[in-house]
Design a protein around this ligand. Structure first.
Ligand SMILES: *Cc1c(COP(=O)(O)O)cnc(C)c1O
Length: 327
């Protein structure tokens, strides 16, 4: 079985590598949120992680497990933003040179942060060019090792450490809601849940317009979709990874969707009530919880707030709900 390639032991090993380096992010609660969801919600604040998203966990773990030779030559990654920042930061902390392939319409905050962390940026057009091909060509020409955003055992293991910390902090849960793009966070979270809270239902949450994961989950094989449009820019992946899918198929209980409108309402809730800046993609799980569609009253629900990186002008525009806010 393909899922034997990553196990909870790999998540534990990643947790040891990240000890004292990644933040052990806080778990926040809110009576207002609980009342709205008619449940007990535990928000794991990966928007407060280094680099502003859980992606630092996987990136650091993947670079830490490279050979000395690979580290000397440097690494390359492609990303719409958070993985880019994470690889640039993880590379800098480990003395490894990083090259990042980014879409030219990536949010300015994410481009700027990647640059600040010392990553060399190469831009491409996400609607006409293949980032995988550009990345592969650069890797070949410059002898760089590719650190993929989700389809990699050490990335999955690293991402699983967030849910592991959540279970350690709050004990067993009835449900765990996880943002889903390419499936690194969801696969890692499922491994952690299975080991630490076997009765917990693990649910992936996607934007309505980017429901390739839901389609794939129902079909039993990976389905690819055209590049979707949603304000959740961290979940605009077109298919679930080959190493991620078997784990998701085996240990995830459902994949559900939320609308961009629900993401905006949820972002506003976090800003106003909890004083938390959460980016649209980071709101996927919480929006599903607040919709009350996927749980029973009174259940204990873990929610991974996966990231908090968003340009301030864009943030203001979305919260005002002005014309063109939802694309
Ligand atoms: C990357 C990302 C996701 C999706 O993670 P995958 O591992 O690709 O499924 C969700 N939320 C945020 C904030 C992200 O940066």
């Amino acid at each position: 079985m393909a899922d034997s390639s990553v196990t909870f032991a790999d998540v534990e090993a990643a947790a040891r590598r990240l000890e004292g380096i990644a933040h052990r992010t806080p778990v926040m609660t809110s009576r207002t949120a609980d009342a709205r969801a008619d449940a007990r919600l535990f928000f794991k604040c990966e928007n407060l992680q280094r680099g502003g998203a859980f992606k630092f966990r996987g990136a650091y773990n993947a670079i830490a497990t490279l050979t000395g030779d690979q580290r000397r030559h440097g690494v390359i990654a492609y990303s719409s933003g958070n993985h880019a920042q994470a690889v640039a930061l993880a590379g800098r902390l480990q003395g490894v040179a990083t090259t990042i392939v980014m879409p030219k319409d990536a949010p300015e905050a994410k481009v700027g942060a990647t640059r600040e962390y010392g990553g060399e940026i190469v831009f491409y057009d996400r609607y006409t060019e293949s980032r995988e091909e550009i990345c592969a060509a650069l890797a070949r020409d410059r002898g760089l090792t590719i650190v993929p955003p989700y389809d990699h055992p050490q990335i999955i293991a690293g991402q699983g450490t967030a849910a592991r910390e959540l279970f350690e902090a709050v004990g067993e849960l009835d449900i765990l809601l996880v943002s889903l793009g390419g499936g690194g966070l969801l696969a890692g979270s499922a491994l952690a849940a299975r080991a630490l809270s076997p009765g917990c239902r693990v649910i992936g949450v996607e934007p309505e317009a980017a429901n390739d994961g839901q389609q794939s989950f129902r079909a039993g094989h990976v389905i690819r979709i055209p590049v979707p449009r949603s304000i959740a820019d961290g979940a605009l992946t077109t298919y679930i990874g080959a190493s991620n899918f078997p784990i998701i198929r085996a240990w995830v209980h459902d994949i559900v969707t939320v609308s961009d409108r629900m993401l905006i309402d949820t972002m506003g809730f976090f800003a106003e009530r909890m004083k938390l800046v959460v980016e649209p993609t980071g709101c996927l799980g919480a929006a599903a919880a607040l919709s009350k569609r996927h749980h029973q009253p009174g259940q204990r629900i873990g929610v991974l707030l996966s990231g908090g990186n968003i340009d301030l002008p864009r943030y203001g525009e979305l919260l005002r709900g002005g014309a063109g806010a939802v694309t």
